[in-house]
Design a protein around this ligand. Structure first.
Ligand code: NAD
Length: 439
């Protein structure tokens, strides 16, 4: 039987484990076939997937292709272009007293991998870890987010139609189904989502001593230096912040800058928002919606912070919250107590770089830190005196699209990383091999 809808989690894992043990997923040919099929799936069904992303998040077709479908296809192409090279054995020197012995490292697949995805980029964040796990020669159980039900349903139908169903299973569902899956023994668990559930996943993994990758979130700060041009900064900041209505794990969460720069930035941000979404963002096809009422209510409660510069209007029935900027926000205001994960940008005033670095280091390590500055000293200081999953100067978000950079958090923003060859590292065991000839 290979219909995971009718199977118990234990049977699904046992079935995939049997496939893995048969050796079927190990040959590079099998892996590249799966990746090519996945690419075909995206080409054949891109429009349908974009429709599902629109149904779940009101993502425009342009955004759906750019940030999810095409981004996934690029990851496949990158891995297909380098896989042979990445998988080759790496010889290492042996000490002279071992004579004619040889030693090398090789990448071994781990076995059966569980991938649990969130709702904000529900296709990209299910498929990208799967691509890495398959490229590394594993079997995969994929659990899409129930909070993006249209995308979950399309992926649950398409993936089995294109991939080897003896080695890949999609299990739809929410807390109950995920809890049942987590009771099983996996060889790696890759979780993307919030830190509370991240802790649940890690606790479940402890029982089987299963390694985990946790791709979490947090408040990603943006430092803006006084030597910068407000219009350039605002245009770039607004694009990164309000993409997907702010529901992006690496979105700029809040701004740290001095009072004078903040004052210059305020009208520039208003103008940049207008240029991107017009004077009535509610009617812009490019502007997304909040995933559900629960998040709408959570975000509404955060608006009562600082001074409103622009936005603030909302419509619960439409799950619409306008692109909003708040100035003079204090660290103790509601909007500064949790990851915003929505279209609200607070400006927090600091005296300068020293205070900004102190502010960042007093809080949980973020998934990303951004800075706009012309000063090489400031860049060096931010790079060496703060800790974050990634660091981006001059343009938010895009560091995650550089194929050879690892993507992942540190501390509260997560553990482990992936993308390209870093996915091969994550989903493989680097085995040490030693060989001494017998004669
Ligand atoms: P979500 O609610 O969709 O949850 C993620 C997954 O966890 C889902 O598949 C869900 O079924 C499962 N889940 C929920 N409750 C569970 C439970 N009690 N036990 C087991 N599984 C459970 O998504 P979310 O957590 O709201 O996502 C938003 C968060 O994710 C934000 O903090 C964001 O920053 C973070 N995020 C991080 C990344 C990254 O790559 N680092 C990417 C996207 C989102």
């Amino acid at each position: 039987m290979n219909n995971p809808h009718l199977e118990q989690p234990a049977d699904t894992v046992a079935r995939l484990r049997a496939t893995f043990r048969s050796g079927r997923t190990r040959p590079v040919d099998w892996r590249t076939t799966q990746l090519r099929r996945l690419r075909e799936m995206l080409t054949d069904n891109g429009t349908e997937l974009a429709g599902a992303l629109h149904a779940d998040l009101a993502k425009s077709s342009t955004e759906a292709f750019r940030t999810e479908i095409d981004a996934t296809a690029r990851e496949i192409d990158h891995i297909l272009g380098h896989l042979d090279q990445w998988l080759s054995h790496e010889p290492v020197p042996v000490p002279p007293h071992l004579g004619d012995a040889k030693a090398w490292t090789q990448y071994d697949p781990l076995g059966v991998v569980l991938v649990i995805a969130p709702w904000n980029y529900p296709a990209l964040l299910l498929l990208t870890p799967m691509i890495g796990a398959l490229a590394a020669g594993n079997a995969v159980v994929a659990k899409p987010s129930e909070l993006a039900p249209a995308t979950s349903a399309v992926l649950a139908r398409l993936l089995p139609a294109y991939l080897d169903t003896d080695a890949v299973a999609v299990v739809e569902g929410g807390v109950r189904e995920t809890t049942a899956l987590l009771a099983e023994r996996f060889d790696h668990i890759f979780y993307t989502g919030n830190g509370t559930v991240g802790r649940i996943v890690m606790s479940a993994a402890v029982r089987h001593l299963t390694p985990v990758t946790l791709e979490l979130g947090g408040k990603s700060p943006v430092f803006i230096d006084r030597d910068t041009d407000p219009m350039t900064v605002a245009a770039r900041l607004v694009r990164g912040k309000f993409l997907n209505a702010g529901q992006t794990c690496v979105a700029p969460d809040y701004v740290l800058t001095d009072a004078e720069t903040a004052r210059a930035l305020e009208p520039a941000l208003v103008k940049a928002i207008e240029e991107l979404y017009g004077t009535r963002p509610a009617t812009s096809p490019e502007y997304g919606r909040i995933i559900n009422e629960r998040h709408f209510d959570r975000l509404s409660a955060l608006l009562d912070s600082g001074r409103l510069v622009t936005g603030g209007d909302r419509d619960r029935a439409a799950k619409y919250i306008a692109p909003t900027v708040l100035a003079d926000v204090r660290p103790e205001d509601p909007v500064m107590q949790e990851e915003i994960f929505g279209p609200v940008l607070p400006l927090v005033t600091v005296s300068g770089l020293d205070e900004a670095i102190g502010f960042i280091n007093d809080r949980a390590k973020p998934l990303a830190l951004y800075a706009f500055t012309e000063s090489e000293t400031t860049r060096r200081r931010l790079a060496s005196e703060t800790s974050s999953g990634g660091l981006g100067f001059g343009l938010p978000l895009v560091h995650i699209t550089v194929p050879d950079l690892p993507f992942g958090g540190v501390g509260e923003s997560g553990m482990g990383n992936y993308h390209g060859r870093w996915s091969i590292e994550t989903f493989s065991h680097r085995k040490a091999v030693f060989d001494k000839p017998l004669s």
